[in-house]
Design a protein around this ligand. Structure first.
Ligand code: BES
Ligand code: MN
Ligand code: ZN
Length: 490
Protein backbone atom coordinates (compact mmCIF):
# COMPACT_ATOMS: atom_id res chain seq x y z
CA UNK A 1 0.00 0.00 0.00
CA UNK A 2 1.06 3.51 -0.86
CA UNK A 3 3.37 5.07 1.79
CA UNK A 4 2.21 8.45 3.11
CA UNK A 5 4.35 10.51 5.50
CA UNK A 6 4.27 14.02 6.91
CA UNK A 7 7.53 15.86 6.24
CA UNK A 8 8.90 19.40 6.87
CA UNK A 9 11.45 19.50 4.01
CA UNK A 10 10.92 17.98 0.58
CA UNK A 11 13.41 15.16 -0.04
CA UNK A 12 12.60 14.72 -3.70
CA UNK A 13 10.42 16.73 -6.04
CA UNK A 14 9.00 14.91 -9.03
CA UNK A 15 5.47 16.22 -8.74
CA UNK A 16 4.40 19.11 -6.53
CA UNK A 17 0.74 19.55 -5.58
CA UNK A 18 -0.53 22.97 -4.46
CA UNK A 19 -4.01 23.47 -2.96
CA UNK A 20 -6.47 25.90 -4.56
CA UNK A 21 -9.61 27.17 -2.84
CA UNK A 22 -12.64 29.16 -3.99
CA UNK A 23 -12.21 32.92 -3.46
CA UNK A 24 -14.69 35.66 -2.69
CA UNK A 25 -15.24 37.33 -6.05
CA UNK A 26 -13.75 40.87 -5.82
CA UNK A 27 -16.19 43.63 -6.82
CA UNK A 28 -16.26 43.69 -10.59
CA UNK A 29 -13.41 41.20 -10.80
CA UNK A 30 -13.63 37.68 -12.19
CA UNK A 31 -11.23 35.98 -9.82
CA UNK A 32 -13.05 32.94 -8.45
CA UNK A 33 -10.23 30.85 -6.96
CA UNK A 34 -6.92 31.44 -5.25
CA UNK A 35 -3.83 29.56 -4.19
CA UNK A 36 -4.14 28.45 -0.56
CA UNK A 37 -1.23 29.73 1.59
CA UNK A 38 0.84 26.67 2.45
CA UNK A 39 2.51 25.67 5.72
CA UNK A 40 5.90 25.22 4.07
CA UNK A 41 6.90 27.68 1.35
CA UNK A 42 6.77 25.85 -1.98
CA UNK A 43 10.24 25.41 -3.50
CA UNK A 44 11.73 27.75 -6.12
CA UNK A 45 9.40 29.65 -8.40
CA UNK A 46 6.48 27.23 -8.13
CA UNK A 47 4.19 29.45 -6.05
CA UNK A 48 4.61 32.40 -8.45
CA UNK A 49 3.96 30.17 -11.43
CA UNK A 50 0.91 28.64 -9.76
CA UNK A 51 -0.49 32.06 -8.86
CA UNK A 52 -0.51 32.92 -12.58
CA UNK A 53 -2.00 29.57 -13.55
CA UNK A 54 -5.02 29.69 -11.21
CA UNK A 55 -6.85 32.48 -13.10
CA UNK A 56 -5.40 31.43 -16.47
CA UNK A 57 -6.86 27.94 -16.10
CA UNK A 58 -10.14 29.47 -14.86
CA UNK A 59 -10.08 27.31 -11.75
CA UNK A 60 -13.01 27.37 -9.33
CA UNK A 61 -11.32 25.63 -6.41
CA UNK A 62 -14.08 23.04 -6.06
CA UNK A 63 -13.02 19.86 -4.29
CA UNK A 64 -11.34 17.44 -6.67
CA UNK A 65 -10.70 19.96 -9.47
CA UNK A 66 -7.31 19.25 -11.05
CA UNK A 67 -5.08 21.26 -13.34
CA UNK A 68 -1.67 19.98 -14.37
CA UNK A 69 1.31 21.93 -15.69
CA UNK A 70 4.27 20.06 -17.17
CA UNK A 71 7.70 21.64 -16.56
CA UNK A 72 10.15 19.55 -18.59
CA UNK A 73 13.74 19.86 -17.42
CA UNK A 74 12.82 21.64 -14.20
CA UNK A 75 12.15 20.51 -10.61
CA UNK A 76 9.37 19.65 -10.03
CA UNK A 77 8.71 18.37 -13.52
CA UNK A 78 4.98 18.49 -12.92
CA UNK A 79 2.93 21.00 -10.99
CA UNK A 80 -0.58 20.00 -9.97
CA UNK A 81 -3.18 22.49 -8.77
CA UNK A 82 -5.73 20.71 -6.60
CA UNK A 83 -9.14 22.15 -5.68
CA UNK A 84 -9.92 21.64 -1.98
CA UNK A 85 -13.40 23.20 -1.77
CA UNK A 86 -14.29 24.24 1.77
CA UNK A 87 -11.21 22.49 3.15
CA UNK A 88 -13.31 20.15 5.31
CA UNK A 89 -12.70 16.43 5.70
CA UNK A 90 -15.13 15.38 3.03
CA UNK A 91 -13.75 17.89 0.50
CA UNK A 92 -10.23 16.68 1.20
CA UNK A 93 -11.33 13.05 0.76
CA UNK A 94 -12.76 13.95 -2.65
CA UNK A 95 -9.62 15.94 -3.50
CA UNK A 96 -7.33 13.08 -2.42
CA UNK A 97 -9.29 10.60 -4.52
CA UNK A 98 -9.22 12.82 -7.63
CA UNK A 99 -5.50 13.42 -7.12
CA UNK A 100 -4.71 9.70 -6.81
CA UNK A 101 -6.48 9.04 -10.11
CA UNK A 102 -4.83 11.94 -11.94
CA UNK A 103 -1.27 11.01 -10.95
CA UNK A 104 -1.64 7.25 -11.36
CA UNK A 105 1.24 7.31 -13.89
CA UNK A 106 3.63 8.84 -11.32
CA UNK A 107 5.42 6.95 -8.53
CA UNK A 108 6.03 9.81 -6.09
CA UNK A 109 4.27 13.09 -5.31
CA UNK A 110 4.68 15.88 -2.75
CA UNK A 111 1.66 17.81 -1.46
CA UNK A 112 2.19 21.21 0.20
CA UNK A 113 -0.59 21.34 2.80
CA UNK A 114 -2.28 24.62 3.83
CA UNK A 115 -0.94 26.57 6.78
CA UNK A 116 -2.85 25.46 9.89
CA UNK A 117 -4.17 22.30 8.21
CA UNK A 118 -6.54 20.36 10.50
CA UNK A 119 -6.35 16.71 11.51
CA UNK A 120 -9.70 16.16 9.76
CA UNK A 121 -8.25 17.48 6.50
CA UNK A 122 -5.20 15.22 6.76
CA UNK A 123 -7.44 12.25 7.52
CA UNK A 124 -9.74 12.94 4.58
CA UNK A 125 -6.83 13.43 2.20
CA UNK A 126 -5.02 10.29 3.33
CA UNK A 127 -8.14 8.12 3.09
CA UNK A 128 -9.05 9.55 -0.33
CA UNK A 129 -5.56 8.84 -1.70
CA UNK A 130 -5.41 5.30 -0.33
CA UNK A 131 -8.96 4.28 -1.23
CA UNK A 132 -9.00 5.65 -4.78
CA UNK A 133 -5.62 4.10 -5.63
CA UNK A 134 -6.99 0.62 -4.78
CA UNK A 135 -7.07 -1.98 -7.54
CA UNK A 136 -8.03 -5.61 -7.02
CA UNK A 137 -5.37 -8.00 -8.25
CA UNK A 138 -5.50 -11.79 -8.28
CA UNK A 139 -1.78 -12.09 -8.98
CA UNK A 140 1.15 -10.66 -7.06
CA UNK A 141 2.80 -8.81 -9.95
CA UNK A 142 2.39 -5.15 -9.01
CA UNK A 143 2.06 -2.72 -11.91
CA UNK A 144 3.92 0.61 -11.76
CA UNK A 145 1.83 2.73 -9.45
CA UNK A 146 2.00 5.66 -7.09
CA UNK A 147 3.95 4.37 -4.09
CA UNK A 148 5.00 7.44 -2.08
CA UNK A 149 3.25 10.62 -0.98
CA UNK A 150 4.98 13.27 1.12
CA UNK A 151 2.80 15.77 2.97
CA UNK A 152 4.67 19.04 3.53
CA UNK A 153 3.75 20.49 6.94
CA UNK A 154 5.59 22.61 9.52
CA UNK A 155 5.26 20.06 12.33
CA UNK A 156 5.27 16.51 10.93
CA UNK A 157 5.13 14.87 14.37
CA UNK A 158 1.76 16.55 15.05
CA UNK A 159 0.18 14.68 12.12
CA UNK A 160 1.66 11.23 12.54
CA UNK A 161 -1.22 9.75 14.61
CA UNK A 162 -3.82 11.10 12.20
CA UNK A 163 -2.03 9.59 9.22
CA UNK A 164 -1.69 6.28 11.09
CA UNK A 165 -5.43 6.17 11.89
CA UNK A 166 -6.32 6.94 8.28
CA UNK A 167 -3.84 4.33 7.04
CA UNK A 168 -5.33 1.61 9.24
CA UNK A 169 -8.86 2.59 8.23
CA UNK A 170 -7.94 2.49 4.54
CA UNK A 171 -5.93 -0.72 4.86
CA UNK A 172 -8.89 -2.47 6.50
CA UNK A 173 -11.30 -1.12 3.89
CA UNK A 174 -8.96 -2.43 1.21
CA UNK A 175 -8.85 -5.82 2.94
CA UNK A 176 -12.66 -5.99 2.95
CA UNK A 177 -12.63 -5.07 -0.76
CA UNK A 178 -10.08 -7.80 -1.52
CA UNK A 179 -12.13 -10.44 0.31
CA UNK A 180 -15.32 -9.35 -1.45
CA UNK A 181 -13.79 -9.09 -4.94
CA UNK A 182 -12.20 -12.55 -4.72
CA UNK A 183 -13.97 -15.12 -6.94
CA UNK A 184 -16.01 -17.74 -5.14
CA UNK A 185 -13.96 -20.56 -6.70
CA UNK A 186 -11.26 -19.34 -4.31
CA UNK A 187 -13.24 -18.03 -1.36
CA UNK A 188 -15.09 -20.84 0.32
CA UNK A 189 -15.92 -20.54 4.05
CA UNK A 190 -12.65 -22.10 5.21
CA UNK A 191 -10.62 -19.85 2.89
CA UNK A 192 -12.33 -16.79 4.39
CA UNK A 193 -11.52 -18.01 7.91
CA UNK A 194 -7.88 -18.63 6.85
CA UNK A 195 -7.59 -15.09 5.48
CA UNK A 196 -8.83 -13.64 8.76
CA UNK A 197 -6.39 -15.83 10.71
CA UNK A 198 -3.53 -14.61 8.51
CA UNK A 199 -4.60 -10.96 8.91
CA UNK A 200 -4.72 -11.32 12.70
CA UNK A 201 -1.34 -13.07 12.97
CA UNK A 202 0.42 -9.94 14.25
CA UNK A 203 -2.45 -9.07 16.62
CA UNK A 204 -1.85 -11.70 19.32
CA UNK A 205 -4.44 -10.17 21.69
CA UNK A 206 -7.22 -10.80 19.20
CA UNK A 207 -8.84 -14.18 19.89
CA UNK A 208 -10.14 -16.18 16.94
CA UNK A 209 -12.38 -19.27 17.03
CA UNK A 210 -13.68 -21.17 14.01
CA UNK A 211 -16.55 -23.64 14.33
CA UNK A 212 -16.98 -26.27 11.59
CA UNK A 213 -19.99 -28.49 10.78
CA UNK A 214 -19.35 -30.83 13.74
CA UNK A 215 -19.34 -28.02 16.33
CA UNK A 216 -22.25 -26.26 14.64
CA UNK A 217 -24.28 -29.49 14.81
CA UNK A 218 -23.37 -30.14 18.44
CA UNK A 219 -24.42 -26.61 19.46
CA UNK A 220 -27.56 -26.44 17.31
CA UNK A 221 -26.78 -23.81 14.67
CA UNK A 222 -29.54 -25.11 12.38
CA UNK A 223 -29.75 -22.04 10.12
CA UNK A 224 -26.05 -22.03 9.21
CA UNK A 225 -26.10 -25.81 8.68
CA UNK A 226 -29.20 -25.72 6.45
CA UNK A 227 -27.86 -22.96 4.20
CA UNK A 228 -24.38 -24.52 4.00
CA UNK A 229 -25.71 -28.05 3.53
CA UNK A 230 -25.87 -27.97 -0.26
CA UNK A 231 -22.22 -27.07 -0.75
CA UNK A 232 -19.11 -29.24 -1.12
CA UNK A 233 -17.39 -26.61 1.09
CA UNK A 234 -18.99 -26.85 4.51
CA UNK A 235 -20.11 -23.84 6.59
CA UNK A 236 -18.11 -22.15 9.35
CA UNK A 237 -18.88 -19.75 12.16
CA UNK A 238 -16.04 -17.33 12.77
CA UNK A 239 -15.85 -15.65 16.16
CA UNK A 240 -13.34 -12.90 16.97
CA UNK A 241 -12.88 -11.24 20.33
CA UNK A 242 -11.00 -8.00 20.98
CA UNK A 243 -11.17 -7.56 24.74
CA UNK A 244 -8.84 -4.85 26.09
CA UNK A 245 -8.53 -4.53 29.88
CA UNK A 246 -9.84 -0.93 29.83
CA UNK A 247 -13.05 -1.77 27.92
CA UNK A 248 -16.26 -0.38 29.41
CA UNK A 249 -18.67 -1.28 26.62
CA UNK A 250 -19.15 -4.60 24.86
CA UNK A 251 -20.30 -4.51 21.24
CA UNK A 252 -21.16 -7.55 19.15
CA UNK A 253 -20.85 -7.21 15.37
CA UNK A 254 -22.49 -9.75 13.08
CA UNK A 255 -21.86 -9.95 9.33
CA UNK A 256 -23.55 -12.04 6.64
CA UNK A 257 -20.94 -14.31 5.05
CA UNK A 258 -22.50 -16.11 2.08
CA UNK A 259 -19.44 -16.86 -0.06
CA UNK A 260 -21.72 -17.43 -3.05
CA UNK A 261 -25.49 -17.14 -3.31
CA UNK A 262 -27.06 -19.16 -6.14
CA UNK A 263 -30.43 -18.76 -4.41
CA UNK A 264 -30.38 -22.51 -3.73
CA UNK A 265 -33.34 -24.57 -4.99
CA UNK A 266 -35.18 -21.24 -5.43
CA UNK A 267 -32.43 -20.52 -7.93
CA UNK A 268 -31.65 -16.99 -9.10
CA UNK A 269 -31.89 -16.02 -12.78
CA UNK A 270 -28.59 -15.29 -14.56
CA UNK A 271 -28.43 -11.47 -14.14
CA UNK A 272 -29.27 -11.67 -10.44
CA UNK A 273 -26.66 -14.36 -9.75
CA UNK A 274 -23.80 -12.71 -11.61
CA UNK A 275 -22.37 -10.73 -8.70
CA UNK A 276 -23.30 -13.04 -5.83
CA UNK A 277 -19.66 -13.53 -4.85
CA UNK A 278 -20.17 -10.25 -3.01
CA UNK A 279 -22.74 -11.81 -0.66
CA UNK A 280 -20.17 -11.93 2.14
CA UNK A 281 -19.50 -8.17 2.11
CA UNK A 282 -21.14 -7.79 5.54
CA UNK A 283 -18.82 -10.43 7.03
CA UNK A 284 -15.82 -8.81 5.32
CA UNK A 285 -16.75 -5.41 6.78
CA UNK A 286 -17.23 -6.54 10.39
CA UNK A 287 -14.11 -8.68 10.34
CA UNK A 288 -11.98 -5.89 8.86
CA UNK A 289 -13.37 -3.35 11.33
CA UNK A 290 -12.51 -5.69 14.21
CA UNK A 291 -8.95 -6.12 12.93
CA UNK A 292 -8.80 -2.31 12.72
CA UNK A 293 -10.12 -1.88 16.26
CA UNK A 294 -7.45 -4.27 17.55
CA UNK A 295 -4.70 -2.65 15.48
CA UNK A 296 -5.67 0.77 16.89
CA UNK A 297 -6.15 -0.75 20.34
CA UNK A 298 -9.56 0.92 20.75
CA UNK A 299 -10.70 0.79 24.40
CA UNK A 300 -13.87 -1.16 23.71
CA UNK A 301 -14.68 -4.88 23.67
CA UNK A 302 -15.71 -6.09 20.23
CA UNK A 303 -16.90 -9.64 19.64
CA UNK A 304 -17.50 -10.37 15.98
CA UNK A 305 -19.48 -13.20 14.44
CA UNK A 306 -19.30 -14.14 10.77
CA UNK A 307 -21.56 -17.04 9.78
CA UNK A 308 -19.99 -18.35 6.55
CA UNK A 309 -21.78 -20.62 4.10
CA UNK A 310 -22.18 -21.21 0.38
CA UNK A 311 -25.81 -21.32 -0.80
CA UNK A 312 -25.76 -24.01 -3.49
CA UNK A 313 -28.11 -26.24 -5.46
CA UNK A 314 -27.53 -29.95 -4.87
CA UNK A 315 -29.06 -33.14 -3.53
CA UNK A 316 -28.17 -32.10 -0.02
CA UNK A 317 -29.46 -28.52 -0.34
CA UNK A 318 -32.28 -27.42 1.96
CA UNK A 319 -35.71 -27.06 0.35
CA UNK A 320 -38.30 -24.31 0.26
CA UNK A 321 -40.82 -25.34 2.92
CA UNK A 322 -38.30 -27.11 5.16
CA UNK A 323 -38.52 -26.22 8.82
CA UNK A 324 -35.20 -25.48 10.47
CA UNK A 325 -34.37 -25.04 14.14
CA UNK A 326 -32.11 -22.09 14.91
CA UNK A 327 -29.61 -21.70 17.72
CA UNK A 328 -31.74 -21.31 20.85
CA UNK A 329 -34.74 -23.18 19.46
CA UNK A 330 -36.81 -20.77 17.34
CA UNK A 331 -38.00 -22.46 14.14
CA UNK A 332 -38.33 -21.05 10.61
CA UNK A 333 -40.29 -22.34 7.65
CA UNK A 334 -37.87 -21.64 4.78
CA UNK A 335 -40.39 -20.32 2.29
CA UNK A 336 -37.70 -19.40 -0.27
CA UNK A 337 -34.16 -20.80 -0.20
CA UNK A 338 -32.93 -17.49 -1.64
CA UNK A 339 -33.75 -15.78 1.67
CA UNK A 340 -30.69 -17.53 3.14
CA UNK A 341 -28.88 -14.58 4.69
CA UNK A 342 -31.42 -14.05 7.45
CA UNK A 343 -31.26 -17.78 8.34
CA UNK A 344 -27.53 -17.66 9.10
CA UNK A 345 -27.81 -14.25 10.79
CA UNK A 346 -30.64 -15.52 13.00
CA UNK A 347 -28.36 -18.20 14.46
CA UNK A 348 -25.53 -15.72 15.07
CA UNK A 349 -27.83 -13.11 16.62
CA UNK A 350 -29.50 -15.68 18.88
CA UNK A 351 -26.07 -16.92 19.97
CA UNK A 352 -24.91 -13.37 20.73
CA UNK A 353 -28.03 -12.62 22.79
CA UNK A 354 -27.87 -15.87 24.78
CA UNK A 355 -24.14 -16.41 25.21
CA UNK A 356 -22.36 -13.07 24.78
CA UNK A 357 -24.95 -10.70 26.30
CA UNK A 358 -23.33 -7.53 24.89
CA UNK A 359 -24.38 -3.93 25.53
CA UNK A 360 -25.00 -3.29 21.83
CA UNK A 361 -25.58 -5.53 18.81
CA UNK A 362 -24.99 -4.39 15.23
CA UNK A 363 -25.34 -6.50 12.09
CA UNK A 364 -24.33 -5.77 8.50
CA UNK A 365 -25.71 -7.79 5.61
CA UNK A 366 -26.15 -7.80 1.84
CA UNK A 367 -29.65 -8.88 2.73
CA UNK A 368 -32.10 -7.78 0.04
CA UNK A 369 -32.33 -6.46 -3.50
CA UNK A 370 -35.06 -4.22 -2.08
CA UNK A 371 -32.37 -2.02 -0.45
CA UNK A 372 -31.42 -0.67 -3.90
CA UNK A 373 -35.07 -0.41 -4.98
CA UNK A 374 -35.85 1.86 -2.02
CA UNK A 375 -32.63 3.87 -1.75
CA UNK A 376 -30.57 3.46 -4.91
CA UNK A 377 -27.05 2.14 -5.33
CA UNK A 378 -25.11 4.15 -2.75
CA UNK A 379 -27.20 4.13 0.42
CA UNK A 380 -27.64 1.44 3.06
CA UNK A 381 -30.94 0.89 4.91
CA UNK A 382 -30.58 1.34 8.67
CA UNK A 383 -33.00 -0.16 11.20
CA UNK A 384 -33.11 0.27 14.97
CA UNK A 385 -35.66 0.86 17.70
CA UNK A 386 -33.06 2.84 19.61
CA UNK A 387 -32.98 6.53 18.58
CA UNK A 388 -29.65 7.26 20.29
CA UNK A 389 -27.93 4.27 18.75
CA UNK A 390 -29.40 5.09 15.33
CA UNK A 391 -28.22 8.71 15.61
CA UNK A 392 -24.71 7.72 16.75
CA UNK A 393 -24.28 5.23 13.92
CA UNK A 394 -25.75 7.63 11.32
CA UNK A 395 -23.32 10.32 12.50
CA UNK A 396 -20.38 7.95 12.18
CA UNK A 397 -21.52 6.88 8.71
CA UNK A 398 -21.78 10.49 7.56
CA UNK A 399 -18.43 11.50 9.04
CA UNK A 400 -16.80 8.51 7.37
CA UNK A 401 -18.12 9.57 3.96
CA UNK A 402 -20.55 6.67 3.58
CA UNK A 403 -24.35 6.86 3.41
CA UNK A 404 -27.36 5.27 5.12
CA UNK A 405 -31.01 6.15 5.62
CA UNK A 406 -33.10 5.12 8.61
CA UNK A 407 -36.06 2.91 7.68
CA UNK A 408 -39.17 1.96 9.65
CA UNK A 409 -39.68 -1.34 11.50
CA UNK A 410 -43.42 -1.24 10.73
CA UNK A 411 -45.33 -3.21 13.35
CA UNK A 412 -48.09 -3.71 10.81
CA UNK A 413 -45.97 -6.05 8.70
CA UNK A 414 -45.10 -8.43 11.54
CA UNK A 415 -48.16 -10.51 10.68
CA UNK A 416 -46.52 -11.48 7.37
CA UNK A 417 -43.99 -13.48 9.37
CA UNK A 418 -46.65 -15.93 10.58
CA UNK A 419 -46.28 -19.59 9.61
CA UNK A 420 -48.70 -22.45 10.36
CA UNK A 421 -45.99 -25.03 10.96
CA UNK A 422 -43.12 -23.03 12.43
CA UNK A 423 -42.53 -19.95 14.60
CA UNK A 424 -41.73 -17.81 11.57
CA UNK A 425 -41.87 -17.64 7.80
CA UNK A 426 -38.38 -16.77 6.59
CA UNK A 427 -39.51 -14.91 3.48
CA UNK A 428 -42.88 -13.17 3.51
CA UNK A 429 -44.10 -12.63 -0.04
CA UNK A 430 -45.64 -9.21 0.61
CA UNK A 431 -43.67 -6.11 -0.36
CA UNK A 432 -41.21 -3.98 1.61
CA UNK A 433 -38.58 -6.73 1.34
CA UNK A 434 -35.87 -4.92 3.28
CA UNK A 435 -38.30 -4.01 6.08
CA UNK A 436 -39.71 -7.53 6.50
CA UNK A 437 -36.18 -8.98 6.49
CA UNK A 438 -35.31 -6.60 9.34
CA UNK A 439 -38.50 -7.56 11.20
CA UNK A 440 -37.55 -11.22 10.83
CA UNK A 441 -34.09 -10.59 12.34
CA UNK A 442 -35.66 -8.61 15.18
CA UNK A 443 -37.45 -11.78 16.31
CA UNK A 444 -34.05 -13.17 17.39
CA UNK A 445 -32.79 -10.16 19.34
CA UNK A 446 -34.47 -11.10 22.64
CA UNK A 447 -33.39 -8.83 25.52
CA UNK A 448 -31.30 -6.81 23.09
CA UNK A 449 -34.25 -5.77 20.97
CA UNK A 450 -33.82 -2.07 21.75
CA UNK A 451 -30.02 -2.18 21.68
CA UNK A 452 -29.80 -3.71 18.21
CA UNK A 453 -29.12 -2.03 14.88
CA UNK A 454 -29.31 -3.60 11.44
CA UNK A 455 -27.72 -2.32 8.23
CA UNK A 456 -28.92 -3.76 4.92
CA UNK A 457 -25.94 -2.78 2.78
CA UNK A 458 -26.59 -4.85 -0.35
CA UNK A 459 -26.64 -1.77 -2.59
CA UNK A 460 -23.59 0.23 -1.45
CA UNK A 461 -21.39 -2.88 -1.10
CA UNK A 462 -20.60 -2.61 -4.81
CA UNK A 463 -19.66 0.22 -7.19
CA UNK A 464 -20.42 -0.19 -10.90
CA UNK A 465 -17.62 2.22 -11.78
CA UNK A 466 -14.91 4.40 -10.23
CA UNK A 467 -16.56 7.13 -8.16
CA UNK A 468 -14.66 9.51 -5.86
CA UNK A 469 -12.80 7.27 -3.35
CA UNK A 470 -14.63 4.13 -4.55
CA UNK A 471 -12.94 1.97 -7.15
CA UNK A 472 -15.07 -0.20 -9.41
CA UNK A 473 -16.11 -3.41 -7.64
CA UNK A 474 -16.33 -4.06 -3.92
CA UNK A 475 -16.45 -0.85 -1.85
CA UNK A 476 -15.63 -2.19 1.63
CA UNK A 477 -18.79 -0.40 2.77
CA UNK A 478 -19.09 -0.18 6.54
CA UNK A 479 -15.46 -0.53 7.60
CA UNK A 480 -14.87 3.22 7.79
CA UNK A 481 -18.21 3.83 9.49
CA UNK A 482 -17.78 1.05 12.05
CA UNK A 483 -14.29 2.20 12.99
CA UNK A 484 -15.54 5.77 13.52
CA UNK A 485 -18.43 4.54 15.59
CA UNK A 486 -16.35 2.10 17.67
CA UNK A 487 -13.81 4.85 18.38
CA UNK A 488 -16.63 7.10 19.68
CA UNK A 489 -18.71 4.64 21.76
CA UNK A 490 -18.31 5.20 25.51
N1 BES B 1 -28.00 -11.87 -1.44
C1 BES B 1 -29.35 -11.57 -1.76
C2 BES B 1 -29.66 -10.07 -1.72
C3 BES B 1 -28.96 -9.21 -2.72
C4 BES B 1 -29.56 -8.90 -3.93
C5 BES B 1 -27.74 -8.66 -2.43
C6 BES B 1 -28.93 -8.08 -4.83
C7 BES B 1 -27.11 -7.84 -3.33
C8 BES B 1 -27.70 -7.54 -4.53
C9 BES B 1 -30.29 -12.24 -0.78
O1 BES B 1 -29.85 -13.45 -0.26
C10 BES B 1 -31.57 -12.51 -1.49
O2 BES B 1 -31.54 -13.29 -2.40
N2 BES B 1 -32.65 -11.86 -1.07
C11 BES B 1 -33.92 -12.02 -1.68
C12 BES B 1 -34.92 -12.16 -0.56
C13 BES B 1 -36.26 -12.69 -1.01
C14 BES B 1 -36.15 -14.11 -1.51
C15 BES B 1 -37.22 -12.60 0.14
C16 BES B 1 -34.21 -10.79 -2.52
O3 BES B 1 -33.83 -9.68 -2.16
O4 BES B 1 -34.79 -10.96 -3.60
MN1 MN C 1 -30.33 -15.10 -1.49
ZN1 ZN D 1 -27.83 -13.68 -0.16
Amino acid sequence: MLAIRPLAEPERLDVLVLPVRPAEAAAGGDVSAELTPTAVTPPGDTADEAAVLVPAARLSGRAGEISTQLRPGRDPGRLVLLGIGDGGESSWRTAGAALARSVSDETHITIALPAGVTAAAVRGLTEGLLLASYRFRLTDDEPRTLDGVDLLVTDPAAHEDTVATARTTAAMTRLARDLTNTPSSVKNPQWFADQVAAASADLPDLRLTVRGPAELTAEGFGGILAVGGGSASGPRLLEMDWHPANARTHVVLVGKGITFDTGGISIKPVPAMKLMRKDMAGAAAVVAATLGAAAMRLPIRVTTLAPLAENMVSGSAFRPGDVIRHYGGTTSETTNSDAEGRLVLADAIAYAVRQLKPDLLVDLATLTGANAVALGKRTAALYSENDDLAADVLNAIEAAGEAAWRMPLHGDYVEYLGSEIADLYSAPTQGAGSVTAALYLREFTGDLRDRWLHLDMSAPSWADGDHAELSRGATGWGVRSLLRWLAAVD
